[in-house]
Design a protein around this ligand. Structure first.
Ligand code: AMP
Ligand code: FE
Ligand code: FE
Ligand code: ZN
Length: 280
């Protein structure tokens, strides 16, 4: 069984449609794939239909943006009720905040570069959750950089002069909202220190007390040292350990199935979630 529990479609910052991600998962030989777009469930229905058509099992989820004392935290929510207002309300607020933040970053960039907000809008389908990758796509279209990776290396870096943060809920509040909506919260890439600051063990312990179910230990943004630290921490706190690709289509180098999750871990997630795994 090959299980990949973290992917993105064009409902957020992936480059393939939700059905396209599921088709690619089938072609890559995966048995189970999770669609986890940033702060939205908009891709779920299209992905579910495609999962049935391709004979792949689908875990419906969301990668929820949060903050812990100013440090960006991403929480994967699996199998929540998308209509439950607890989480739906939080992510609706975050989508709004992402829009304002995107405009603010483009205003800063426009002081030095020939970019407008319309250039960014032109890179997205209607209803897409906006993120820095769409600003990157606009910069590519304008000929400023060759690809997304080059845009993130400098212009869009969290450590760069054009960066603007966006409002997101406190991580403990997000964990509680995910649980209240019947979702299963797993901390995405908690040791990815190349992207920006990461949270210490004590914060992860607090989140475990607040209802966190697991840690995404096996992820390409983790060094061997971070994997060792997080494996030990998961064991100490009684948390599940997952592994995933964080696939974004052609927008990033991450390949489907490059890291995977054990079947018994998926079983534990499925038992705790309020909605079913499609096709299983
Ligand atoms: P944002 O959510 O707007 O802060 O943008 C962060 C997103 O950009 C992450 O979810 C990543 O998927 C994406 N990202 C980060 N670094 C890169 C990179 N080097 N190349 C492509 N996408 C990236
Ligand atoms: Fe992303
Ligand atoms: Fe993430
Ligand atoms: Zn992700």
């Amino acid at each position: 069984m090959r299980i990949d529990l973290h992917t993105h479609s064009s409902a957020s910052d992936g480059t393939e449609s939700p059905a396209g991600v599921v088709a690619a998962a089938a072609a890559a030989g995966l048995d189970v794939v999770a669609l986890t777009d940033h702060d939205t469930t908009a891709g779920w229905d299209e992905a579910a239909a495609a999962a049935t058509a391709h004979g792949v099992a689908l875990v419906r989820g969301t990668e929820v943006s949060a903050l812990s004392r100013g440090v960006s935290v991403h929480l994967l929510s699996y199998l929540q009720d998308p209509a439950d207002p607890a989480l739906a309300g939080l992510i609706a607020q975050t989508r709004e905040a992402r829009l304002h933040r995107g405009r603010a970053m483009v205003e800063r960039l426009a002081e030095d570069l020939p970019i407008t907000w319309d250039d960014v809008v032109a890179q997205q389908a209607p209803g897409t959750v906006v993120g820095r990758p769409h600003i990157a796509d606009a910069l590519v279209a304008l000929g400023v950089v060759p690809d997304r990776t080059a845009a993130f290396a400098d212009l869009l870096s969290a450590r760069g002069r054009y960066y603007v943060p966006y409002y997101a809920p406190e991580a403990a509040e997000a964990v509680a909202a995910i649980r209240a909506s019947g979702g299963v919260p797993v901390f995405a890439h908690p040791g990815a220190d190349g992207r920006g600051r990461i949270v210490p063990d004590a914060v992860i312990a607090d989140l475990a007390a607040a209802g966190l179910a697991g840690l995404e230990v096996h992820h390409r943004d983790h060094s061997p040292e971070q994997r060792a630290r997080l494996t030990a921490l998961a064991e100490r706190l009684g948390l599940l350990v997952t592994g995933s690709s964080d696939y974004h289509g052609t927008g990033k180098e991450n390949r489907l199935g490059e890291h995977t999750t054990a079947p018994e871990v998926l079983d534990a997630i499925a038992r705790q979630g309020r909605v079913a795994v499609v096709g299983r």
